[in-house]
Design a protein around this ligand. Sequence first.
Ligand code: MF3
Ligand code: CO
Length: 247
Amino acid sequence: MITVKKPSEINKMRVAGKLTGDALKFIEEKIKPGVTTAEVNAAIQEFIVAHDAKPSFLHYRGYPASACVSVNDVVVHGIPSGYVLQEGDIVSIDVGVVKDGWQGDAARTFAVGKISDGAQKLIDVTRECFFEGIKHARDGKRLGDLSSAIQRHAESHGYGVVREMVGHGIGRDMHEEPNVPNFGKEGTGVLLKSGYTIAVEPMINAGTFKIKFDPDGWTTRTADGSLSAHYENTILVRDGEPEILTL
Ligand code: MF3
Ligand code: CO
């Protein structure tokens, strides 16, 4: 069942969402060569706790950290470690927050120092995919309209759209119905309604859409070793333009 959130619930999601977006702004300034991914995670965790909220990822299905920190060919779910960020890397940071029982979930991909034009293009197009997609996130449209817009934009640049992992409904739980794929067909799928809250999260690869998993069971990489970028926000569907809760 897809839940329509009440105004009072939406207000709480606004608070959780704002904190999620603020955590990403706070960490952006700390991303530079020489910083470890574990330090990035620790800073995010402190930020969330200092704002009387909880990191939703910590211990979720055994996940060992408060943020996912995914470098270069890591698509998502990179586990923070002693890896030292290098000039030229790209790093995707995914953060989830629970505040007053309600969830926010968002991700950005950042440049570490100076990066190649190709890497910057991948980051930019991935963000554009999100905004192309959410043009269709309005009452009366279908989820396939949103999904196909994301896919079209990514593929027009020759990029691969990850299939196995998708966006999701969000609310009291981090993952609620419906699934929100980044590929699909116009005019198909769930009918969107005002009051739905969903996390839209294109995961876009410079090469093949295929992925592989590390033995840790989390770290997800591009099958061909190409770069991957991720951009995610929690949004509220309305009659008209959606409200982005995690900017
Ligand atoms: N934001 C991600 C998602 O939407 C990551 C959560 S996985 C976790 O599914 F294990 F880190 F929590
Ligand atoms: Co998500």
